[in-house]
Design a protein around this ligand. Sequence first.
Ligand code: SAH
Length: 344
Amino acid sequence: MNYIDMTLPEMTEAVARMGEKAFRAKQIYEWINLKNAVSWDEMTNLSKALRQRLEREEPLHSPRKREVLISKIDGTRKYLFEMYDGSLVESVLMKYRHGNTVCISSQVGCRMGCAFCASTIGGLTRNLTAGEMLGQVYAVESDLGERISNVVVMGTGEPLDNYDNLVRFIRMLTDEDGHHISERNVTVSTCGIVPGIKKLKEEKLMINLALSLHAPNDELRRTIMPIAKSYPLREVLGAMDEYYQSTGRRLTFEYSLIEGVNDSDKCAAQLAEKIKKFNCLVNLIPVNPVRERKFTPPDRLAAFAFQKKLEKNGINVTIRREMGRDIDGACGQLRKRYLETDNL
Ligand code: SAH
C-alpha cells in the first residue's frame, strides 16, 4: 500500500517494518494529511537519509496539478490532476458563502453509462485509491491557500462502485489526526446502487447522501440510466429512506432537467408524488450539454415552472446555480479534451 493511502495505525506498522521509531509515523501522517506535502523532500523533520530511502523505496502517489482554469465570474476553479500512472482526473473548487467546497472524482472514468454524462463515454479505467481522493482535496487546498470546509463526491465516477476506497477516504478525511473535516460536511452522490446504500448506512457515518434520480418512474429512468435496470425506484427510494431513518441526515435528490425528456408537468407531478413523504431537498440541474450527446436544457421559465410544481407539494427545491460558466462546460469535459488531443 502507498503511504498516501495509509491510516495512522497502518503507517505506524509500516514505519516499524523499516526499523524506524513509531513517532516517525505521526510525523509523516501529518505531513501528508495535515500539511498537504506531496514529496518526501518537504518533510524536513525527517533525516535526509530517511527521506532519501523513502524516496527510493516508497515513492508517493500524490496527484499532481496538470492544469487549473479559474472563473472570472465566481472564482470557481477546475483542476486537472495527473496520477502516478498518468491517469487524469478532474476536481472542482466552488466558493460559497459558507466555505470552500471541493468536488472530487472517485474513479478514472465510469462504467455506469448514464446517457447525458460525459464522464462515462470512455468507460472505466480504474478505481481511485483513498489517498488519490484525499490528494485532490489537499492539492486544491494548497493551490488555493485557503482551508477547505466541505467535500462532495460528485466528480467523475460512481463512488459506491468503489466502495472500500470511498469509506477509507471518508474515515481518513474526517480523522482528527488528519484534516478533521466534519462528517456533516461530506456529501456522496450515487446513481442508486442499492446494496451500496444499505452498506453505507451500516458504517454509521453522518455524511449526506445524494441520489441521482433524473426521472420519476422506472420506465423513463431506464432509458437514461442503465443502473435503473438493476434497481427499481421502489428499492432505491426504500434504501434512501432507510439511510435517512438511520442517520437523520436530510436526503438530496438530484434531477437533471432535459428538455422534452423529463421536464414535463406530468413528470413534476409524478416526482412530487414519489418523494413528498421524504425530508429532502431536490436539486434541479439544467442538463449541461455534452458534445457527444443530443440533450439540451429547458429554458429558464420551464425550469422555474418545474420547481414551482414541486414546491406546491411542500418540497424544498433549488435550481443549481451554474458555477464557472466561462471555464469549460459539463463535468468530465476538461479531462476528455485532454484525452482526445495528443497532450499525453
Ligand atoms: N456517479 C455519481 C456521482 C457523479 S455525477 C452519481 O451518479 O450521482 C454528479 C451529478 O451530476 C449526478 O447527479 C449526475 O447524474 C449529474 N450529471 C452528470 N452529467 C451531467 C450533465 N451533463 N448535466 C447535468 N448533470 C449531469
